[in-house]
Ligand binder design. Sequence first.
Ligand code: FAD
Length: 382
Amino acid sequence: MERLETEVIIVGGGIVGCSTALHLRQRGVPVILLEQGQTGAAASGVNFGGVRRNGRALEELAIAARSLEVWRSMPHLLGSDCEYMVTGHLKLARSEADMVALARHAEAQAPFGFKVEMLSRNALLARFPYFGPKVLGAAWCESDGQANPRLVGPAFARAARAAGAIIREHSRVSTVARDGERFLVVCGDDREHHVEVRGRTLINAAGAWANQIAASFGEQAVMEAWSPQMVVTEPFPYFLKPALGVVGGDVYLRQIPRGNFIFGGGYGDATLASGRATVMPKETLGSCELAVQLIPRVAEATVIRVWSGFEGITQDHLPVFGPSLTTPGLTHAFGFSGHGFALSPGVGSIVAELATTGATDVPLGPLSIGRFAKESAETPGR
Ligand SMILES: Cc1cc2nc3c(=O)[nH]c(=O)nc-3n(C[C@H](O)[C@H](O)[C@H](O)COP(=O)(O)OP(=O)(O)OC[C@H]3O[C@@H](n4cnc5c(N)ncnc54)[C@H](O)[C@@H]3O)c2cc1C
């Protein structure tokens, strides 16, 4: 068996893992990242591409702010902007109750230092004249944006490698344990080539699979793997600059400058054991109908592809982020519950800060895995 030594071992090569690897290398820390497939190919590579703070849970906003710094620095940091564009984001209301909920949340977000403007239907149509009759108004955040998820994970992985990180793809971690002062991690590829890695610190960035790692240290989040469904159409003349979401989250839509509409909604069938997140046609038809309700012109574009991917969704739809409560040196960063594309670039920066200084000014208390201690004891196997 091959044997390797390092300072930090990262399990999982999504954006969380790859961003962590790069930020650790920037601090001069030796790091080995182990990824069972290819970097950035799981949730990080198949998501909608929304980079927003509008409507985010308040507990996530400090991470979102850190992440925004990283998004803005990507041309310099990664040598690519990953098609990140500040296009604004509209969270749309389809009922009076939605308008009230949006206004309340906008007020709660106000102390966090970014502007969210409430727009009545008339004000909305004056600026964005393409909405259907079901849209009654919106919360508008001009500083939000969108990016191409296919580019971001691999770009972080390339930059981390160039900075000296060892990234092993097709290396599935089968065993994690603490051996005295060090972690002992065993991984293998399809050809049964096994590698044993020892390191002082372990980062659990294994996405929807992360409970398997946490369980080895006597911890569990109440989390399920869901498979959000996505649709892309053929190109259509470009007119829709902002990214769109709705209260309730049953549909989200954007158009890229090449012209394709990308939208999502509904969930396929997700079982981690099968390794496949399937697309359910009924859900796709439902999201097509909802997208057309928002913007009637979407009906003129032909759907060319549908897909899905695994996402870890926790019971309270907040990530699990922070130190383990059972094992010194272990940090969890998973369960991003549909919000991790926007947050992950900053998560890596925060994990690196935690791993090297033992502290961060980002408040992580509400995201601790400890919040599930009671529930996970009562619901084994989730
Ligand atoms: C369809 C869809 C749409 C979404 N839309 C948005 C959006 O618009 N905006 C937003 O902010 N978020 C969105 N998300 C959520 C976002 O994509 C995720 O929260 C984010 O990518 C999570 O990153 P990650 O690195 O934690 O996980 P992943 O990208 O899933 O990476 C985890 C990695 O760990 C690896 N791994 C797991 N177990 C092991 C093991 N034992 N050994 C080795 N490797 C292992 C996996 O192979 C995987 O590559 C969406 C998600 C989906 C699926």
